[in-house]
Design a protein around this ligand. Structure first.
Ligand code: SAH
Length: 242
C-alpha cells in the first residue's frame, strides 16, 4: 500500500477530485492511504501565520522555514519528499511510474510566492513542476501528480492493456479512438477498425500515433525517431542518428 502525506495550508482541499472514479476507489480499497498535515498547526502566533515578506524585497509572501520545518520534523518519516514548484523538474509519465513503486511519499504544497530556500536545502527536497505555468498553490499540482501515480498502482486500472497503448507509454501520443454508433451524423468510424484484421488495425494505429505525435509534439517525435533509429518519417525533415 502506498502511504502518502500531504503538507498543506488547505487540508480541506483533499482528497478533492482524487476521491472520485478510479482514484476514489483505490483510496476506498486501501491501495493508497492519503493523509494531510495542516502546516498552520505549527504556526507560533495566534493568527496561525505561516508566511512573511521576502528578504531583499519584492512582491508577495514567502512560507517560513521554521513553521514548515516544524511540520516536516513532526511528520516527514523518510522516503521521497516532493515539493510542488513551477521551477521544479518536469513531471512525466516516467516519474509517475517511478513514484508508483515507492512505499511512502511526502508532498509539500507551496502557497503565496513560494517557500524559503533553506528548508528545501535542509531536507534535500525534490522540486516537481507540472508544467510551464504558475498556479496559485501546490495543492492542485500535488493532486495532478497523485492522480497519475495512483492510477498506476497495481490493480487500480481494470485492464492493464489500456496502460501499454496510452499516450507517453511508448514515447508516442495515443491514436484516435472510436466507439458505437458506427455512423454519427454522417461521420463514419474508419473502416479498418471494423475489419477485424488485427495486423492492419495495429499498423493503422501506429501510423496515426506517429502522425499525431509529429503534429502536436515535434519534441517527442524527435526523441522517438532518435531512440528507434528509424529513418525519415514521411512528411517531416526529422532524421535519425542511426
Ligand atoms: N513565485 C513562484 C511561484 C509561486 S506559485 C515562482 O515564480 O516560481 C505558489 C505555489 O504554487 C508554489 O509554491 C507551488 O507550490 C505551486 N505551483 C505553482 N505553479 C506550479 C507548477 N507549475 N507546478 C507545481 N507547483 C506549482
Amino acid at each position: 500500500m502506498l502511504k502518502v502525506k500531504v503538507l498543506t495550508v488547505f487540508p480541506e482541499l483533499f482528497p478533492g477530485f482524487l476521491g472520485f472514479s478510479l482514484t476514489g476507489k483505490a483510496l476506498a480499497e486501501g491501495k493508497c492511504a492519503l493523509a494531510t498535515v495542516n502546516i498552520r498547526d505549527f504556526a507560533v502566533d495566534k493568527y496561525g501565520s505561516v508566511d512573511d515578506t521576502p528578504c531583499g524585497g519584492g512582491a508577495g509572501m514567502i512560507m517560513r522555514p521554521d513553521i514548515l520545518g516544524a511540520a516536516l520534523k513532526a511528520h516527514y518519516k523518510g522516503g521521497r519528499l516532493l515539493v510542488m514548484s513551477p521551477r521544479g523538474k518536469p513531471f512525466s509519465q516516467q516519474l509517475a511510474h517511478e513514484l508508483s513503486k515507492e512505499e511512502e511519499l511526502t508532498f509539500v504544497c507551496g502557497r503565496f510566492e513560494g517557500i524559503d530556500q533553506r528548508v528545501l536545502d535542509a531536507y534535500a527536497a525534490e522540486e516537481i513542476s507540472i508544467g510551464d505555468y504558475v498556479l496559485t498553490g501546490g495543492e492542485q499540482a500535488a493532486m495532478v501528480v497523485l492522480d497519475a501515480v495512483i492510477r498506476l498502482l497495481p490493480g487500480v486500472l481494470g485492464n492493464a492493456q489500456s496502460l501499454e497503448d496510452e499516450s507517453f507509454e511508448n514515447g508516442l501520443l495515443e491514436y484516435p479512438q472510436y466507439t458505437r454508433p458506427i455512423d454519427w451524423e454522417g461521420r463514419v468510424v474508419p473502416e479498418v477498425l471494423l475489419s477485424g484484421h488485427h495486423k492492419n488495425i495495429e499498423n493503422w494505429r501506429k501510423e496515426q500515433s506517429l502522425e499525431i505525435t509529429n503534429k502536436n509534439r515535434p519534441d517527442l517525435m524527435k526523441k522517438y525517431l532518435d531512440s528507434e533509429k528509424v529513418s525519415v518519417y514521411k512528411g517531416t525533415n526529422l532524421k535519425s542518428k542511426g
